[in-house]
Write a protein that binds this ligand. Structure first.
Ligand code: AMP
Ligand code: ZN
Length: 474
């Protein structure tokens, strides 16, 4: 652990308090975040936990060292939504999950997120799932009925500790799933039978497939152990998903907790309304990055990331074109401030751009203040206020990197968009006209064409060999 690191404090949903963070093992800090169900492109609400927990991952790596943090984010590749979508599209489940995962990986990369250490797939952890169910049945916490295996909620004395919902509310929520084979209203499915046409695995209860909650208990156990440090996800997962993960894992392994710190990001809405397909304000990360669907233009990943971090992760966030424009204005300013600095190979000793860690060893007051803000339950809005007041280019660059914002990558995006935005065929035909004008010694026409191209942002260079090359100006 780096000696000058600030004390890390995190808000824990389990205790409803901001607590000092003490890992079980400082040599291996372990974090699990629920990942996507790969049946469709991830929407901008899904981007929030990806970015928030990436900031935490970076901070933990800074404090405990790059090799001393294990971040696991699963891929849910068995789910009834997947089966339905594959059937709808007439493609195999495997093709659907592969294709969706590929887009997901490209999206998170564009958002500036580091790869988690492990991205386990549910379908590769069925043996662990079956083991957990067997343990639950053997210890009287689960029962088999009608090809299903259910978790017996009343068998767990303190079920509901995380969500703290009144019992009648939990019962009402669980009643959505009425089924004759359930002994109690709140009991939930661990394992269910599969029809011939559905994905299924042989088990002691016949051919079947897991319930969603079980998948995370199995993958976190396999990769992080029976008890680990941090478990994260969006606030909508507190009940029933996380409550049920806790029930399964604690009752299977006999511990008081599954993870010591439970962290939940607030919800995202779009232009003041709940995002939904029916309201027409549903937007995917892929669309924001690659199409003109939102605000009539494309947005680079750095703008999306900065917009997300301007609001504290536990607050609700309103996703608006105006917020994106404001974030972009900040990036432009920082890009201009930093643009002049030669960062590579200047002997400064910081591994800029290195995939492993931020390399910051202390010594800048501004950066230290940014770190303190982040250590205070990821106070990114305050970190950004501090960053706005930094005028040293190196401090600015290091601080932004702690938030996962690579200003050089943003600058490259701006350049490539400029090039893409000019009509190359028009440019080439105007250049051909100008060459003809010059051959005819019509200098006035040649200058006029140069000005016309200049107005399009195109700068010309007349080469000694008589050719003309061009580039898009800054
Ligand atoms: P899902 O695919 O629905 O399981 O969601 C994946 C992750 O995105 C979970 O951590 C959810 O809590 C989170 N999430 C989904 N919708 C939103 C939203 N509108 N705002 C913030 N987080 C969300
Ligand atoms: Zn989960």
């Amino acid at each position: 652990m780096s000696s000058d690191a600030p004390v890390l404090k995190l808000y824990n949903t389990l205790t409803r308090a901001k607590e000092e963070f003490h890992p079980l093992d400082a040599a291996n800090v372990r974090m699990y975040v629920c990942g996507p169900t790969v049946y469709d492109y991830a929407h901008i609400g899904n981007a929030r936990p990806l970015i928030v927990f990436d900031v935490l991952f970076r901070l933990l790596r800074h404090v405990y060292g790059d090799g001393h943090v294990t971040y696991v984010r699963n891929i849910t590749d068995v789910d009834d939504k997947i089966n339905a979508r594959a059937a709808e599209r007439g493609i195999s489940i495997r093709d659907l999950t592969e294709e969706t995962n590929k887009v997901f990986q490209a999206d998170v990369k564009a958002l500036g997120c580091l790869e988690p250490n492990v991205q386990p797939r549910a379908t590769e952890h069925v043996a662990e799932m079956i083991t957990i169910v067997e343990r639950l049945v053997a210890s009287g916490h689960a029962y088999a009925a009608d090809g299903h295996v259910l978790f017996d909620v009343p068998s767990m004395a303190d079920y509901g500790r995380l969500s703290r919902r009144p019992l009648d509310e939990m019962i009402a929520g669980a009643r959505v799933d009425v089924a004759p084979y359930k002994r109690g209203d709140m009991d939930f499915v661990l394992w269910k039978p599969s029809k011939e046409s559905e994905p299924g695995w042989e088990s002691p209860w016949g051919r079947g497939r897991p319930g969603w909650h079980l998948e995370c208990s199995a993958m976190s156990w396999k990769h992080l152990g029976e008890v680990f440090d941090i478990h994260g996800g969006g606030v909508d997962l507190v009940f029933p998903h996380h409550e049920n993960e806790i029930a399964q894992t604690r009752c299977a392994f006999g511990h008081d907790v599954m993870a010591n710190y439970w962290m939940h990001n607030g919800f995202l809405q779009v232009e003041g309304e709940k995002m939904s397909k029916s309201l027409g304000n549903f937007v995917t990360i892929h669309e924001l990055l690659n199409t003109e669907k939102f605000g009539g233009r494309k947005w680079p990943g750095e703008v999306l990331r900065l917009t997300m971090l301007r609001t504290h992760y536990r607050q609700p966030i309103d996703w608006t074109v105006k917020a994106l424009e404001e974030a972009e204005a900040s990036l432009r300013k920082w890009g201009a401030d930093i643009g002049a600095v030669e960062l590579e190979g200047d002997g400064f000793g910081i591994g800029f751009g290195a995939p492993d860690g931020d390399g910051y060893g202390g010594g800048f007051a501004g950066v230290d203040t940014v770190l303190e803000a982040l250590a205070d339950d990821l106070n990114t809005p305050f970190a950004l206020t501090v960053i706005h007041a930094i005028d040293d280019e190196r401090e600015l660059d290091i601080s932004l990197r702690l938030l996962g914002i690579d200003i050089h990558s943003y600058a490259r995006w701006v350049e490539s968009e400029k090039v893409r935005s000019v009509d190359e065929r028009l440019v080439n035909s105007l250049i051909a006209e100008r060459i003809a004008a010059r051959a005819a010694k019509n200098w006035a026409e040649s200058d006029r064409l140069r000005d016309e191209l200049g107005a399009m942002g195109v700068a010309l260079k007349d080469n000694k060999d008589g050719t003309t090359t061009w580039e898009v100006k800054r």
